[in-house]
Design a protein. Structure first.
Length: 164
């Protein structure tokens, strides 16, 4: 089940990000989000809280508990808005306990549905493009195509898009 996110979901979403950071760190992959838990970073706690208040947060549940989170809205500040109606995936995370179980795919399918229902002709997302590019490849496997690369400081990113 996928439902609208609520402010009371913030601790669960922080735990999802913390699990992802721990998983990445254990594999020597700290380039994406670093090695510090999101729950210990006031700026990240504030960001996730703002997502919960935005009306664009969706939470996937498995067996009644939170398993993944998607945030939809406008293009993020470091990416140029599209010149046509779009919906932007501002955030996506899956609790590592549910990795490989289709939670991320279900959330992205929900994003596509909401984009179409809202009259968008484009669904976009950006992600970390460093290391071996596995995250970019994941989004490509979900039907996105590469648009433009970008950097934020030294952090390499890739915008991907899906025409609707």
């Amino acid at each position: 089940m996928i439902r609208d996110g609520l402010p009371e979901d913030v601790p669960a979403v922080l735990a999802m990000f913390d699990s992802a950071v721990a998983w990445l760190t254990a594999r020597g992959r700290t380039g994406q989000w670093g090695d510090r838990p999101f729950s210990e970073d006031p700026a990240r706690v504030e960001k996730i809280t703002s997502w919960a208040l935005s009306g664009g947060m969706r939470v996937a549940e498995v067996d009644g508990g939170p398993a993944g989170c998607l945030v939809l809205g406008n293009a993020v500040e470091y990416v140029e808005p599209a010149p046509e109606p779009e919906l932007y995936v501002q955030g996506l995370v899956v609790d590592r306990r549910f990795g490989g179980h289709g939670v991320g795919a279900a959330l992205l399918a929900r994003a596509r549905e909401e984009a179409i229902e809202g009259g968008a002709v484009l669904l976009r997302v950006d992600c970390y493009a460093g290391d071996d590019g596995r995250l970019v490849a994941y989004y490509e496997s979900q039907g996105f195509t590469r648009a433009e690369p970008f950097t934020v400081g030294a952090w390499p990113g890739q915008v991907l898009q899906m025409r609707l």
